[in-house]
Structures are given as C-alpha cells and as structure tokens.
Design a protein around this ligand. Sequence first.
Ligand SMILES: C[S@@+](CC[C@H](N)C(=O)[O-])C[C@H]1O[C@@H](n2cnc3c(N)ncnc32)[C@H](O)[C@@H]1O
Length: 245
Amino acid sequence: MRSCCRAWCRLVAAGAVLALLAATMQNPAAPPKGEQEQSVKPGINERWKSDDIAPLVQTLEDEGREIYSQRERIAALVGPRRGSVMADVGAGSGFMSELFAGLVGSAGKVYAVDINAGLMERLAKDATDRGITNIETVVCGERSVDLPANSIDLVFICDTYHHFEYPKSTMHSIYEALKPGGQVVVVDFYRIAGVSPEWIMGHVRAGEEVFTQEIEDAGFELINQHYPAYLPQNYVLRFRKVSDH
Ligand SMILES: C[S@@+](CC[C@H](N)C(=O)[O-])C[C@H]1O[C@@H](n2cnc3c(N)ncnc32)[C@H](O)[C@@H]1O
C-alpha cells in the first residue's frame, strides 16, 4: 500500500515538472513572473495607439501649443552637431525630427521613434515628399526604443517622458543605444501642486525632480537645466550618459 502511494506521488510530481517545462517552451523568452517592470501610468497611451492619426496630428501641430509654435527655438536650443546621429523618441507627427534632419545635415541622421505605426508611416511619406533623406522611422515597443546599440549621439524626448509606461526599461534601452558620452534632452511639463492646471496634475504623473532622479538612476548625469521664457509650460533638461553605470 505504502509503495503504491509513493509511486502515485512520483507520478504527480513528474506531471507537474512536465507541465512547467511545456509552459516554459511555449514562450522561452518570457522572463520569470514578477521580473517585468509594471506600468507606472496604465492607459496613458490609449489615445496615442489609435489608427485614426488625424486628430493626433491636429493636437500636436496646433499653433496654440508652445512646443509647436516655438519649435525652431527648441531645435536651436537642443543644438545637434552637423553630421551627428539623433533619435527623436516619441516623435509624434515628426515636425521636430524634420527640423533636426536639417540641422544634422546630409552627413547626419535622425531616427524618428514612436509606438504609433500610423504616425511613423505618415512621417516617412512626408519626409519623402519634402526630399528629406536622412530620417529613418522606427516603430518601437513600449519598453524599448529598439535602436542599434552604441549608435546615437543625442536623444530628444519631448512631452513624451511622462508617456513612458515603463520608464526604467525604456531609459535602459536609451542608455544602451547611446554612444559613450551621448546626451539626452528632455522637455516636459512643469507639474507644481497649487500652480499647474488640474489636467496637468492628473495627466503628468510627476514633476521635474522625480523625473530627474529617475533619469539619473538610469545612468545619466544632469548637465544643465533651461527654463526659457518662451516656454512657460515646459522645462528643458540635458543629461549625459555616465559610462561606468
Ligand atoms: C504628447 S506626444 C508628443 C509628440 C512629440 N514629441 C511632440 O512633442 O510633438 C507623445 C508621443 O509619445 C509616443 N509614445 C508614448 N510612449 C512611448 C514609448 N514608450 N516609446 C516611444 N514613443 C512613445 C506617443 O505615441 C506620442 O506620439
């Protein structure tokens, strides 16, 4: 009776091991449960995943939006070197990517990176129509910018850092994509309790100090801060990749 029970227990244990193996083989790339970063702001990109891109372009390219009306000044402040390689992460409709393409010149290159395939398709067509040959569009995942390692001089993140649902994973991928000494420029909304409007307090999950700390923790050092009078709603931060992070 006892040996029969032992044999039955062995059978159950073997079954459990086989079931576990089968589950692993179905998705060998899946990390063990609990290791993936959780979304810091579930749902923030619902609108930005839409195939109906016309309203998105309209929102971004509104003269009443300071990022759009001040785009030339922002591009000059970012100041990419001629011949350098840039990435505009969360490129949206791509008006900044197109300005940067002119600044880096034909010896340089701009990767326009976004999670929205429709926006990237539209930008690629617009660039072709305008004879811009140094923009490459990349439809990235929500956890990675999907850029080649060690290939980028300067990453620009405009009103997009607060849209990163997985900021640790995304910033890690940016760290890997940057060359040694590469830079990141972040433009984002002031979020100050009692000062910022309600919609900013609800939509943007944290303010400048928290975002600065997160980016430093990802392996960057803050090298300067700008608070231009022509951008009353947004600050501008510049970071450098720390090589021995
Ligand atoms: C508010 S829009 C800003 C677009 C553009 N930077 C501008 O200022 O006009 C935010 C953009 O970030 C994109 N986005 C959201 N999460 C992203 C991620 N993890 N990686 C790349 N792009 C992302 C959205 O699809 C959207 O196009």
